[in-house]
Write a protein that binds this ligand. Sequence first.
Ligand code: SF4
Length: 210
Amino acid sequence: MSNPIKKWRYEAIGKSITKTLNEKGFNAVYVDTVEEARELLLSMVPEGVSIGLGGSVTLNQLDVIDHFRKGNYDLIDRYQCEDHVQKYHEALSADYFLTGTNAITLNGELVNMDCSGNRVAAMIFGPKHVIIVAGANKIVKNIDEAIARIKTIAPLNSKRNGHDTPCTLSGYCEDCRTRKRMCNYLGVIYDGWKEPDRFRMIIIGDEAGL
Ligand code: SF4
């Protein structure tokens, strides 16, 4: 858990953004802790369904992937496979897609940057059910700040995924021009009104993910 003064702020902005997200059709629920988020996420996914995953430190932190591996679910496991691109394709037509998000603006827009585009594509036009978990540390003022945040976090994701990009040496974005570049596809989801029950969000009043 964050230090008390940070936690106070995360709770305040987390509750406020949950209200905004609900006004925009994202069906958001606020929880205080990562542990509560875990329990809620598990309760939202029925047994027997197929599940695709977006790459997400937040989901890893919730420690749910092993639960879906071992339980009565058809997990499309991008982490334990021969061909992860094939899994990305399969995840597009899963029953459920579970993911984090890179940033949430104060207007309730979700902003994401992908290396392969699989997560952005799945969130926008993939599975019928999309569950997004995010810590309040993902909240930013607007889309420009969201992109700036993403570019600050991208070197960490590049390092985490073993990509040989200049930012893994310097720690900041150098707008690289290589096949290993992490920052290729940008997606903005303005609202969840088109398919009213498709999105569900869990907002954690604390820090989670990168
Ligand atoms: S554009 Fe390249 S250098 Fe910049 S953050 Fe993305 S991967 Fe790193």
